[in-house]
Design a protein around this ligand. Structure first.
Ligand code: SF4
Length: 405
């Protein structure tokens, strides 16, 4: 553990894993496993367009958006997420702590693969049951706050389009922390285009330590908030200094960050295996009620185009006061695995609203350069760092053939 916390004094070529760069909160490496194949550089430079000009084994400080795609491409297991399992086991063992967990949409689709189930098996009920068996006190669904994000982003989009809010168009989604860091680093002049809504993970974390704590009369200082995410960048997001809304709201610096620990889908699978739980034979269980329900709009956050589809439906309703027509319930042009997709949506009173859905940061870079050149016909853009979106996130079970578009 001391290796993880020693930026500036970090060893190289030592036994065990160290951060991939001195301050990295999400990705670690083991040089003794590195076979110098260069796959991590290939994905980082060509598919993600982040950075590739570094030496192997990786030693220098470099830009990392924490997307974790290098983990999916590394054939030797030399790169992995930082392992935070022991922090969670420690909290679960403390009888004075209420351990609350939320699970992102894509994790229920990925987790089964770790237990030999066919790709795409929905194991939502078994995942909830496994979390209760592990000892989590309360199990919530991040779909609840995916719905809140949609309402926030839809409302903000309407205000930008109608001119009520003097923020630039296109509005860009802000729920992917890898994408947000990419903009902050490479295109800071476009930060005002990012939606002001924070991600579903961070909304749920803030509500757990405020709304849930108040409703259930639990001391927020004694809540340990865990997220199960398909994503390594969420480990970075939860430790951003601004992600402590509950502490600010309650004016109590002793309340820990809104989300204390993020575990990837792979880490949850390791916890289940370490606890000796027979995952396949678990009965299906339901989420806890207070923040454990979500709509179909929240569910589709896990796939590329999902945030867009859900936000456009909400914007339609907010502007017209009516349910969207059938075409908006199946916005097929923004579905599928292509890296850049476009559609036009006619909203009465506003006209045609052009939208774009982008996944993979090399695709995002091309579109950002287009925007900077003044060629951005869209009102709303959904952008996800991982090619194919969170289903193929850096924290999901390692795919045999990751999308390469
Ligand atoms: Fe995380 Fe999803 Fe963004 Fe990938 S696309 S970095 S999994 S939020």
């Amino acid at each position: 553990p001391t290796q993880y916390n020693a930026p500036g004094n970090w060893p190289t070529n030592v036994r065990g894993r160290v951060p991939i760069d001195p301050a990295n909160p999400a990705i670690v490496r083991d040089d003794q496993k590195c076979i110098l194949c260069g796959q991590c550089i290939e994905v980082c430079e060509r598919i993600q367009s982040v950075f590739g000009n570094y030496e192997l084994p990786i030693k220098k400080d470099f830009v990392c958006v924490n997307c974790g795609q290098c983990i999916q491409w590394c054939p030797s297991g030399a790169i992995s997420e930082r392992d935070d399992i022991n922090k969670v086991f420690k909290a679960l063992a403390d009888p004075n702590v209420t351990v609350v967990v939320q699970t992102a949409p894509a994790t229920r689709i990925g987790l089964g693969e770790e237990f030999g189930m066919p790709v795409g098996t929905n194991v939502q009920g078994k995942q909830v049951a496994a979390l209760r068996k592990l000892g989590f006190d309360v199990v919530f669904d991040t779909n609840f706050t995916a719905d809140l994000t949609i309402m926030e982003e839809g409302t903000e989009l309407v205000k930008r389009v109608t001119g009520e809010l003097h923020h630039p168009i296109p509005q860009m989604t802000s729920c992917c922390p890898g994408w947000v860091k990419f903009v902050e680093y490479f295109y800071p002049e476009l930060i005002p285009n990012l939606s002001s809504a924070k991600s579903p993970q961070q909304m749920e974390g803030a509500l757990i330590k405020t709304y849930f704590a108040e409703k259930k009369e639990v001391d927020p200082k004694k809540i340990f908030s865990v997220s199960i995410m398909p994503c390594t960048a969420k480990k970075f997001e939860c430790q951003r200094p601004e992600m402590n809304s509950a502490s600010k709201e309650l004016n109590d610096s002793n309340v820990s960050p809104d989300v204390d620990v993020v575990l990837t889908t792979r880490e949850l699978a390791r916890m289940i295996k370490r606890a000796g739980i027979d995952f396949a034979s678990l009965p299906e269980e339901e989420y806890d009620k207070l923040m454990g329900t979500g709509t179909g709009a929240g569910v589709i956050f896990g796939t590329t185009g999902g945030v867009m589809e859900a936000a456009v439906r909400s914007a339609y309703f907010l502007i017209t006061g009516q349910q969207p027509p059938a075409a908006l319930w199946n916005l097929t042009p923004v579905r599928g695995m292509q890296g850049v997709k476009e559609a036009a949506v006619n909203i009465p009173g506003v006209g045609d609203v052009k939208v774009a859905v982008i996944s993979g940061l090399a695709n995002a870079r091309k579109v950002m350069d287009q925007m900077k050149a003044g060629n951005a016909p869209w009102a709303f853009m959904e952008i996800m760092a991982c090619p194919g979106g969170c289903e193929y996130g850096g924290g999901q079970p390692r795919a045999s053939s990751p999308p390469s578009d």
